[in-house]
Design a protein around this ligand. Structure first.
Ligand code: Z5A
Length: 216
């Protein structure tokens, strides 16, 4: 008998507040997967390289303004542009390490006035669902110690605290997506090791079908 191989790649999503180390850890997880002989690729949202991504970039850099709902839909469109490609890669056996996705989309927009969680979820319903959300958890105070905030639109303490609260609400949704919390205040190597053990478990549990996000 040959050992059963995963029939498709795994979709790993890293989420968390600003400065928690998502970018650092996405690179490290990608390297670990490749070193283990697992085909993998990295992805991040917003993808600032596409035409929607350029509009988003100028909004984040505050060189343009946009209605709160319009920018929310653009962030979602920016993910939908990649949806087919994500499914194709997974089915071809390539795992995806993704830096932010729909949960960031909802957590940030629903931290604004007059935008509730459900309204914010609606445009992302049906996107390819991740196989797990690896949430790099730390307080906003600890995150601030990593060099303060930059100049982009949402990089302010009050906003970041609300976003963290929204992430907690999203982690409790009964949406069939597993959340794994990692203490992001550890050293980079410790965080990397925690993520690697989660990734290995996830790889073992991958189901053949790519699920759709937030579909009942
Ligand atoms: N946004 C939205 O509104 N709607 C959406 O749908 C989506 C996003 C997808 C841009 O995101 C903004 O868009 C973001 C959310 C919103 N707004 N904000 N605020 P982005 O992904 O482009 O943001 P970013 O700037 O790439 O990520 P980040 O959050 O600032 O950083 P990070 O990726 O989490 O962390 P890092 O770059 O890996 O590390 C930060 C620093 O900490 C760096 O100096 C590291 O060397 C250091 N670091 C990392 N790990 C450690 C440990 N363990 N110990 C000590 N120091 C560490």
């Amino acid at each position: 008998h040959s050992t059963a191989k995963p029939t498709r790649g795994a979709f790993f999503l890293l989420e968390g507040v600003d400065r928690c180390g998502k970018t650092t850890q996405c690179q490290r997880l990608l390297q670990r997967l490749l070193q283990a002989g697992i085909a993998a690729t990295a992805m991040r949202f917003p993808n600032r390289t596409t035409s929607t991504g350029q509009l988003i970039d100028s909004y984040l850099q505050q060189t343009s303004n946009m209605d709160d709902r319009a920018i929310h839909l653009l962030f979602s469109a920016n993910r939908w542009e990649s949806a087919d490609m994500i499914v194709e890669q997974l089915k071809a056996g390539t795992s995806i390490v993704c830096d932010r996705y729909a949960y960031s989309g909802v957590a940030f927009s629903a931290s604004k006035d007059n935008m509730d969680l459900e309204w914010c979820q609606a445009p992302d319903r049906g996107l390819p669902a991740p196989d797990c959300v690896i949430f790099l958890d730390m307080s906003t105070e600890q995150a601030e110690e990593r060099g303060g905030y930059g100049q982009e639109r949402y990089e302010k303490r009050e906003m970041q605290q609300r976003v963290r609260q929204r992430f907690q609400e999203l982690s409790q949704l009964d949406d069939g997506v597993q959340w794994k919390f990692v203490n992001a205040a550890q050293t980079m190597d410790q965080v990397e090791d925690d993520i690697w053990s989660i990734a290995q478990q996830t790889l073992e549990q991958v189901q053949p079908e790519v699920r759709q996000l937030w579909q009942s």
